[in-house]
Design a protein around this ligand. Structure first.
Ligand code: G3H
Ligand code: 13P
Ligand code: ZN
Ligand code: NA
Length: 306
């Protein structure tokens, strides 16, 4: 059933693990994630970006979720990813989302608080959970691009949470969106994460930009005609470490895109005569399932926590 992340995060915090938040855009992605969750008996967060709503359409997204809920008895959160303004948050709350992210990270501190607070008032009236963001991730975040990340200030984080009333907070400690996260050595500011965690005991933190960009898929994509180059993500051991700390939600989108694309490229190369979408979407969907199951079991630690 669709649930609030509240209890899910309380358990994750206490248990020293994190729940994966996977971006969904179409039927095969939803099915792949649900299959992995069923296999691993894991709680799930399915998140929908503005781009996903535009691509699939609000109605299709809601009907896919309805179908998914008939396919599983797991606790599943339906979450808005990177809500850019009050109106989009209000719209999905009405549509039945159980959680929204209001992303005011590009705004000045006071404006971010004001926007978040307004969304919190609307969401809480409907029992909907609110994630906010303080600090800026490097790279492209929806329409807002920032060349350099601005890491979350621990004292500001405390003030932000107190004044805005948000239920969880996405922080910037060195991750970034997309497939090209690190030029040199991969590095996350764990001291900062620890400090923020200590200042707000029991409070769930969120890590965006947490794809690990598995090299097997990078190599597969490149081998079969892709030009993904030297894409690099967050090493799995760093995600394991973050999951063991106050981080309760870990966002993954790029790895889904990459897995599907690599497998489809391989399929096309090996079967140039195929033109039935079911022929290449079946292995693509299986790849999403296996990749998500691996994360749940070996990285996030949420196997058997449903
Ligand atoms: O953070 C962004 C997510 O990966 C969603 O990407 O806006 O292209 O759907 P999108
Ligand atoms: P990745 O690009 O690392 O998958 O991050 C996704 C994300 O943060 C969605 O909000
Ligand atoms: Zn994000
Ligand atoms: Na955790």
């Amino acid at each position: 059933p669709l649930v609030s992340p509240k209890e899910m995060f309380e358990k994750a915090y206490a248990g020293g693990y994190a729940v994966g938040a996977f971006n969904v855009n179409n039927m095969e992605i939803v099915q792949g994630i649900i299959a992995a969750g069923n296999q691993e008996r894991s709680p799930l967060i399915l998140q929908v970006s503005a781009g996903a709503r535009k691509y699939a359409g609000e109605n299709y997204i809601m009907k896919l979720m309805e179908a998914a809920m008939q396919d599983t008895d797991l606790p599943v959160v339906l979450h808005l990813d990177h809500g850019q303004n009050f109106e989009i948050c209000e719209m999905v709350i009405k549509a039945g989302f159980t959680s929204v992210m209001v992303d005011g990270s590009h705004l000045p501190f006071e404006e971010n608080i004001a926007l978040t607070k307004r969304v919190v008032e609307c969401a809480h009236a409907q029992g909907v959970f609110v994630e906010a963001e303080l600090g800026r991730l490097a790279g492209v975040e929806e329409d807002v691009s920032s060349e350099h990340s601005i890491y979350t200030d621990p004292d500001q984080a405390v003030e932000f949470v107190e004044r805005s009333g948000c239920d969880s907070l996405a922080i910037a400690i060195g991750t970034s969106h997309g497939a090209y996260k690190f030029k040199g050595e991969a590095k996350l500011d764990f001291d900062r994460l620890e400090k923020i965690g200590k200042l707000m005991p029991g409070y769930p933190l969120v890590l965006h930009g947490s794809s690990s960009v598995p090299q097997e898929f990078v190599e597969m994509a490149n081998k079969y005609g892709g030009t993904v180059g030297s894409a690099r993500g967050v090493p799995e051991d760093m995600l394991r470490r973050a999951a063991s700390m106050a981080v309760c939600k870990i966002n993954i989108d790029t790895d889904i895109r990459l897995a599907m694309t690599a497998v489809i490229r391989k399929h096309f190369a090996e079967h140039p005569d195929h033109f039935d979408p079911r022929q290449y979407l079946t292995p693509a969907r299986d790849a999403v399932r296996d990749m998500v199951a691996h994360k749940i079991r070996n990285v996030l630690g949420c196997s058997g926590k449903a």
